[in-house]
Design a protein around this ligand. Structure first.
Ligand SMILES: [Ca+2]
Length: 305
């Protein structure tokens, strides 16, 4: 009798195990145990990519401009985003290796990329041609507007990357008086909760998202949803604190670039396994305004005597 009871118990346990294994399991909303590295360096362009773990955050503002309302909850999966804005050095490397010499707002980016400005964010790059080509070359993409905002403020609804109160010393905005872009990462005290730098100020940053109203916002605007209007975020060296807030929204025409707008890149896992592009010889740097010097010619033969 005892052996029969044991067999029945084992059969019941096996049934329960099968039933549990077959039952649908909830998808975790947070990557509490993630095999993803916290930081990944993209071998293509050298960007330091920071993991933003999956989960919910509060987007928008109940007190900002009407376009920032309502404050609403958004759930995102894991993604990576650049710790810094893309620099002139990185954009020059892209042009070298892709041979896309006509990009960069038809070359105007070079005006802001002279000697000593390699670590400044690239500007005068448009969304439609320049930024999209860079992303394709580097195997990345632009962040969505929601991804950008979560990376800037975390999940506690803070108004600035470092907290709720504006401090001019923590970012490159108009109140700081620099009146120019700064090398990326120049304001470490302004880091976001995830350690991202210049999320407030330095340059506006292109996002993938088209200009539109948030859900449950009844504003209407003929520009909403048009392909040409793309979101930019974070404010720039010319902006007041209102535009330097984490929830501030603005748009620009996708085919225009200007001296206050650049970008940072993003990526969804799994991480690609692509190798670095081969290094390109330095003398062909596209920032050189003048044509390359001709090669030194050989000494002419001595006249016969
Ligand atoms: Ca910025």
């Amino acid at each position: 009798m005892r052996a029969v009871a044991v067999r029945r118990w084992l059969a019941l346990a096996a049934l329960l195990a099968v039933a549990y294994g077959c039952a649908p399991r909830p998808v975790p909303k947070t990557s509490a145990v993630s095999a993803l590295p916290a930081v990944w360096i993209n071998p293509r362009d050298g960007s330091e990519m920071v993991l933003i773990p999956a989960g919910r955050f509060r987007m928008g503002s109940a007190t900002g401009s009407p376009y920032e309302r309502p404050s609403h909850e958004v759930t995102l999966g894991d993604y990576y985003i650049g710790r810094h804005e893309v620099t002139n050095d990185q954009f020059a490397r892209f042009l070298l290796e892709s041979k896309a010499g006509r990009l960069g707002e038809y070359g105007l980016w070079r005006e802001r990329a002279g000697p000593g400005r390699g670590r400044h964010p690239v500007v005068r790059v448009n969304w439609r041609d320049d930024v999209s080509a860079y992303c394709k070359w580097a195997g990345v993409r632009l962040p969505s507007e929601a991804e950008w905002e979560k990376a800037a403020r975390g999940n506690d609804g803070r108004r600035f990357p470092w907290g709720d109160h504006f401090q001019a010393s923590r970012c490159n905005g108009a109140p700081g008086g620099r009146e120019d872009t700064a090398p990326v990462g120049s304001y470490p005290a302004g880091a976001s909760p995830y350690g991202l730098l210049d999320m407030s100020g330095n340059v506006w940053e292109w996002c993938e998202t088209s200009w539109d109203a948030y859900p449950d916002n009844d504003l209407d605007n003929p520009e909403f949803g048009l392909e040409e209007f793309r979101i930019v975020r974070g404010g720039s060296w010319t902006d007041t604190p209102t535009n330097l807030r984490t929830s501030a929204r603005h748009w620009k025409l996708s085919f225009n670039g200007n001296t206050t707008t650049g970008f940072r890149v993003a990526l969804s896992p799994p991480l690609p396994a692509h190798p670095a592009h081969p290094a390109h010889p330095a003398p062909a740097d596209p920032r050189e305004a003048s044509p390359p010097a001709p090669a030194a010619s050989a000494e002419p033969p001595a006249p016969p005597r």
